[in-house]
Design a binder for this molecule. Structure first.
Ligand SMILES: *[C@@H]1O[C@H](CO)[C@@H](O)[C@H](O)[C@H]1NC(C)=O
Ligand SMILES: *[C@@H]1O[C@H](CO)[C@@H](O)[C@H](O)[C@H]1NC(C)=O
Length: 501
């Protein structure tokens, strides 16, 4: 046993990994009737850890599970091929075109590799050998009529000597992080080939941690032959690289984002000429569509949560929303400290200047408004006074105020009263209070006109008064009221100025 293990390790890690012992592939111990989805990778590593393979009972009493998808992927070492031997005891539900339950075998790495067979019924396929290092098998069952299934073993055997070297693969496996990006520029960059104009067929396999799904976006999508899918196209597969799991095919001017329902995605790009101009940029992101309650998750949009490690990583992972790159101090880690400082200083200067401008403007306009209001108040008083004087002059007989000489009179220079009230003696008696005068209709009109223009109101006739227009008291109160309002509110509606007295 020790010797065997040693030999195994040596052979696995050496150039020649071929091992003479066959390995059982199905049923698999312990997981036979519970798994509805299973996946086995049989490669050199597998052989390292599972040296004591299980030999099952070919007449197993168990039936295979309904609604099962079981993938078997074989990867032999360099200069090796895969050989699978099926037991004669083979039983899968028989149907036309094997559409219900079937075992599909393909000669290569993918579900779109050349088909070896789609098998059902009770005819064992016997021994199958791959042409290259890879063999792909999918066992799929529907929800009814189960049978005992099959039993098979595999081994890696040295490849027969080739006349032509094995074609170089164009395959990239992306895993181990929650996001990433990759590009197709020219096919010539991806695979070195003798013929620069040879067709290209490249596949990227993205694997994400379990319970995650994949979002893929295309920041750039430019094909050399637009709308010619034969010439160039991009195909997206979800979970398995089979036609049934094909999600999208793009060969036009744009490639909308696509979301896988599984944690695996295949992106395949096919072009008939490797040197033609094709530019495609792709970005993938792992997400979950469960409520973002778990710690370490960030909300990205409806039914989309991202791992917190994607926050501020310089990639806008959230599809249409920049949530994950919002409020980040820096675009890139590391060398942006000086940039940040410069930015902070610039922002500070802008802020200070703005503040000063605001303060100055406000103060200026406040002062002006205040001055204006003050001036207006005194002018109003003066106007009242003048109107009073006019009235006094006209209605000397009617006026019963008598000889009262107001102390308020002293406030107003005589020259001014004299200039307005033409022909009225300088010693005109003035009413002590502007509240105590009756006006004639024409006086009222003048008063209104002057006040209107002073206060910046529209001409009076446009406004309707709710109060009785005949009463000068009502008018006067209205004026006081509107003056108060005009003081509290901007005089000019277009300009918003707060006034404080
Ligand atoms: C492939 O594309 C290159 C560059 O556009 C062109 O020069 C070449 O003729 C093409 N070859 C074929 C076989 O179409
Ligand atoms: C987020 O990612 C880190 C590794 O970057 C991982 O350790 C952690 O478990 C992840 N969190 C969740 C909730 O998946």
């Amino acid at each position: 046993m020790r010797v065997f293990l040693l030999v195994l390790v040596l052979t696995c890690c050496g150039q020649d990994g071929a091992d003479d012992g066959p390995r059982q592939i199905f049923p698999y111990p312990g997981e036979y009737d519970s798994a509805t989805y299973c996946e086995y990778v049989f490669d050199a590593q597998y052989l390292m850890y599972y040296d004591n393979y299980f030999v099952g009972d070919p007449f197993s009493p168990f039936l295979y599970s309904p609604q099962m998808q079981c993938l078997f992927f074989f990867e032999a070492g360099e200069n090796e091929v895969v050989e699978v031997t099926f037991d004669p005891d083979f039983e899968i539900e028989l149907s036309d075109d094997c559409k219900y339950d079937y075992l599909e075998i393909r000669d290569g790495r993918f579900g779109f590799s050349p088909l070896i067979g789609r098998i059902c019924g009770n005819q064992s396929p016997g021994k199958i050998t791959s042409s290259g290092r890879y063999l792909w098998m999918l066992f799929e069952t529907d929800d009814e009529l189960e049978y005992s299934g099959f039993y098979a073993t595999f081994r890696f055997i040295p490849a027969p000597t080739r006349s032509t070297p094995e074609p170089q693969e164009c395959f990239f496996h992306l895993s181990g992080s929650y996001d990433g990006e990759f590009t197709i520029k020219m096919g010539t960059d991806l695979v070195r080939k003798e013929d620069a104009h040879a067709p290209m067929d490249c596949t990227w396999q993205i694997d994400m941690p379990e319970d995650n799904k994949i979002l893929i976006t295309f920041p750039l999508f430019e094909l050399s032959s637009v709308n010619d899918c034969e010439e160039n196209r991009l195909i997206i597969y979800d979970k398995y690289s089979t036609a049934k799991w094909m999600m999208r095919e793009y060969c036009s001017t744009n490639a909308p984002a696509a979301m896988a329902i599984s944690n695996r995605m295949f992106i395949r790009f096919i072009a008939s000429n490797r040197s033609s101009y094709n530019q495609v940029e792709m970005m993938y992101t792992a997400y979950t569509d469960k409520p973002c309650l778990e710690e370490g998750m960030i909300v990205c949009g409806p039914y989309m949560c991202l791992n917190k490690s994607l926050k501020c990583n310089g990639r806008q992972n959230c599809w249409n929303y920049p949530f994950d790159e919002e409020g980040c101090n820096n675009d890139q880690k590391g060398s942006t400290k000086t940039v940040n400082t410069a930015l902070a200083v610039t922002m500070g200067i802008i802020l200070t200047v703005t503040l000063i401008v605001v303060v100055v403007t406000c103060r200026h306009s406040c002062l002006r408004t205040r001055e204006k209001a003050k001036a207006m108040a005194s002018r109003r008083k003066m106007l009242n006074q003048q109107v009073q004087i006019l009235m006094d002059g006209e209605n000397v007989e009617m006026n019963s105020l008598g000889e009262r000489q107001s102390s308020a009179n002293g406030k107003y220079p005589g020259s001014r009263t004299g200039s307005i009230a033409d022909g009225v003696p300088r010693t005109t008696r003035l009413s002590s209070s502007s509240h105590e005068f009756p006006m004639t209709a024409s006086q009222l009109k003048d008063y209104e006109r002057i006040m209107d223009s002073e206060l910046g109101f529209e001409p009076r006739q446009k406004r309707t008064s709710l109060m009785e227009p005949e009463s000068p008291w009502v008018r006067a109160n209205q004026y006081n009221e509107s003056f108060r309002r005009s003081s509290a509110n901007p005089l000019h509606p277009g300009k918003e100025v707060k006034v404080q007295f």
